[in-house]
Design a binder for this molecule. Structure first.
Ligand code: ADP
Length: 487
């Protein structure tokens, strides 16, 4: 049994802003089921600590003049032991974990997540006397990326694995910040955390971890190219023998149309009629024309450039001429929020926009819609196309990253051998999205073919089973090749 410290800045259901939250909420449990001794480490954000009924402090530590308490709990709904880093100066504030109310990053993010990383190191090395010593530390995204770098400063340390969930977020700060945070000077060089005279958290993970992985095989390949590498493609090519891709799984206890408590009519491939009832129910709730025959398209997303909103906005003038309905749920850049809200005002029968974060509505849209829109410019893995497959809501996706690894385009061959599960958009042009949707709607008008496509999609298995096994293999390699293993 390996002792694994899983370090993440979010984990569902305690705190989630995107796919990382889903992964950190379900992978530790899948590993625990495979006999790993997993501990999850999270920041003790105000909203997270508020959910803990009887806080149990198991250790204390000090960094940056702050007294920090480690609060132990179980990740709700699981037996995964979870440690929360309770440091009011860093985490006791309202709202989003990364972004202030003004829409900008919290001004002190470098301090907050450097402190989080320092605490992870203390725990991994059992320096705050919790009585548990990690064999391997699994870090996720820039907020945790200093951990492998800091650990590498020790003569003996646990093995380290770093997972890239999104290269677009790097934790880039000025040089002075590195020195103000009192980080070890040996890390400051171009092969370390220095990035063109700036301080990159992400590079700590990329340069110092024993193994790196990203959340789909195609994205692992893409980030080694200049187009997707954000200037770090060279480093990733250099480390390519330690870089792999493991597609995320989905949690079938949470995302399963057969037992989803958020939806009114549960269904399976054999009871797809109920899916239509979810559509008319949602149409009624959102005050859209109630008509089961109108194709409904769903999109649930952070409203940022990555997700292809420019392509969507460029296509709307044509799409609103068609008999269809589009339901958007999301929040993010004011520009996209406002533009979509304007469209909804002009075409209330065709477009519904809900600005905000709403877990229940996201399940209802997945259950109700016929098609799911995800024309991302890049997509490390993407989860909503996986949920959509599971819900028989055929995904319309760009052929990038995890989207390319999980959706099979519908054509004569894939129809004939029952592998077709969705529709691939081959570039970012609005005209290409329009023609792909046109193609999809031709199939929609043939109920037998459509049902077969839905069944194909619902029969795909993207549970954690396969992915968790791949992580175990990766851990094994990291443990065997840790140059600083404790003897
Ligand atoms: P990313 O991590 O880039 O945001 P993913 O597709 O990997 O994208 O994961 C997004 C997750 O966040 C999904 O579970 C999705 O349903 C959820 N999500 C995104 N926006 C919202 C929202 N406004 N309301 C509810 N869930 C949302």
């Amino acid at each position: 049994m390996n002792k694994i410290l899983f370090v993440s800045s979010e984990a569902f259901p305690l705190i989630k802003t995107g796919g990382l939250g889903d992964v950190a909420g379900s992978l530790p449990r899948a590993l625990q089921k495979r006999k790993q001794d997993v501990r999850l480490l999270l920041p003790g954000y105000r909203s997270v600590l508020a959910q803990i009924k009887q806080p149990h402090v198991v250790a204390e530590t000090f960094h940056y003049g702050q007294r920090i308490r480690i609060v132990e709990t179980l990740l709700p709904g699981t037996r995964v032991k979870t440690w929360l880093v309770d440091c009011p100066a860093a985490f006791d504030r309202p709202g989003n974990p990364y972004i202030a109310a003004d829409g900008h990053d919290w001004h002190d993010n470098a301090f907050r997540f450097a402190l989080f990383c320092q605490v992870a190191v203390d725990i991994a090395l059992n320096r705050c006397n919790i009585g548990w010593h990690a064999d391997l530390v699994h870090c996720n995204d820039w907020q945790t990326a200093l951990v492998p770098a800091l650990l590498d400063c020790y003569a003996q340390r646990p093995a380290t694995v770093f997972t890239i969930h999104n290269m677009a977020y790097q934790g880039l700060f000025d040089k002075q910040t590195f020195f103000t945070l009192g980080l070890p000077h040996v890390l400051w060089h171009p092969g370390g955390v220095e990035f063109y005279d700036q301080f990159s958290f992400l590079k700590g993970g990329l340069a110092y971890s024993d193994y790196i992985n990203t959340v789909s095989p195609t994205y692992a390949h893409e980030i080694q190219q200049p187009e997707f590498g954000y200037g770090l493609d060279g480093l990733l090519r250099h480390r390519s023998d330690r870089l792999s891709g493991i597609l995320n799984g989905i949690d079938h206890d949470i995302w399963n149309p057969g037992n989803d408590l958020h939806i009114q009519y549960r269904y399976s491939p054999r009871t797809l009629k109920n899916k239509t009832l979810n559509k008319t129910e949602l149409q009624t709730a959102l005050r859209l024309p109630v008509d089961a025959s109108i194709p409904m398209i769903g999109m649930i997303s952070r409203m940022v450039e990555q997700k292809g909103f420019d392509t969507v906005l460029g296509a709307l003038h044509e799409l609103v001429q068609w008999p269809l309905q589009i339901v958007f749920l999301g929040n993010g850049l004011a520009y996209y929020q406002n533009a979509l809200t304007e469209w909804a005002k002009h075409y209330p029968d065709k477009i519904h926009v809900r600005i905000g974060y709403d877990e229940t509505l996201s399940h209802r849209i997945e259950a109700a819609a016929d098609l799911y829109l995800m024309p991302s410019l890049f997509e490390p893995c993407g989860l909503n196309q996986l949920y959509s497959l599971r819900y028989g809501t055929l995904p319309v996706v760009r052929n990038v990253g995890g989207l390319a690894d999980s959706v099979c385009d519908t054509n004569e061959t894939s129809l004939a051998n029952n592998t077709a599960t969705g529709f691939i958009v081959t570039d970012n042009k609005p005209a290409t999205l329009i023609s792909t949707l046109q193609r999809a709607l031709l199939y929609y008008r043939n109920p037998d073919v459509w049902r077969q496509l839905q069944v194909n999609a619902m029969n795909q298995d993207f549970s954690w089973q396969q992915s968790a096994e791949e992580y175990l293999d990766l851990y094994q390699q990291a443990l065997e090749n840790n140059p600083k293993r404790v003897a």
